[in-house]
Design a protein. Sequence first.
Length: 347
Amino acid sequence: MMPFNDPMSPNGPIRHDWSVDEVRAVYCLPIMDLLFRAASLHRRFHDPAEIQVCTLLSVKTGGCPEDCAYCPQSIRYDTGIEAHPLLSLDQVVDAAQAAKAAGSTRFCMGAAWRDVRDNEDFRKILEMVKAVRALDLEVCCTLGMLKPEQARRLKDAGLTAYNHNLDTGESFYPQIISTRLYRDRLDTLEAVREAGLTVCCGGIVGMGESEADRIELLHTLASLKPHPESVPVNALVPVQGTPLADAKPVPTWEMVRMIATARILMPTSMVRLSAGRLHLSPEAQALCFLAGANSIFAGEKLLTTPNPSRSDDDSLFDLLGLRPKRAFEDTVTGSLPGVPGVKDAGR
């Protein structure tokens, strides 16, 4: 008998009231039981053969004033990253066209800013959003902290989603970042949601956090109402020059446990197997997909860190019988009895 309300119940609601103890009970399930439950729930809400393929481009690199301990783009660390100003509109459109031709359906643009300023660069970002959306691609941005009016302008320009990760649990957060508060991140998420944009929000595993810190992060994400439409689970990619340069690689089972728990707590969300895939074997990635991951970043670079090649991903998809999800397709496959707006996939 599980000590939490079983999310596998056919008439169970999508919950936003998980207690920390309930999240811990899910997270600490025996791994085989956790995998089975997560995979079964994933198939109830999603097509298990579909993976959302996204491309992430750094449109402005380096020079960030913040001190995020994992980030090679911080001006505080000597990481050898070459800073460059905002790319031109033509450069971005060319990259978006290439991403679409290679099979991506979501194009994400990242700028190494602490926050968005109402200046010429922001106007250029709005033009980039309009141009990429005109290619019939979903468009995401990660630009730092946003004010409500800025979020509305991005929405009006055609933005689909905004990424703003919590990174870790609130208790551990001050060990990683001192230049902005956890509340600042939550305020940005509220501004994004109020503007009518979808939310992309997750965290990073392997920064020295405890199991309790991971559970706290998952609890915070699962308490958001509605849940983030996209939940990226990143494995730390250590970069020389950053305070976390000597961090140990994240074991496969810890990634699987994070993804499976996220899937159970947030069954309708896209759970993205994000940074760190290059260090996961094909078998490890297959376990993550089985656990409920149904989104990846494709392309050989994620902002400034390496990523598997397109050919490697194509081979993996062929091996596992996976196919790219179409752009603008509903995240959820159908409606469960008693759960308005959520279909029953009939699997």
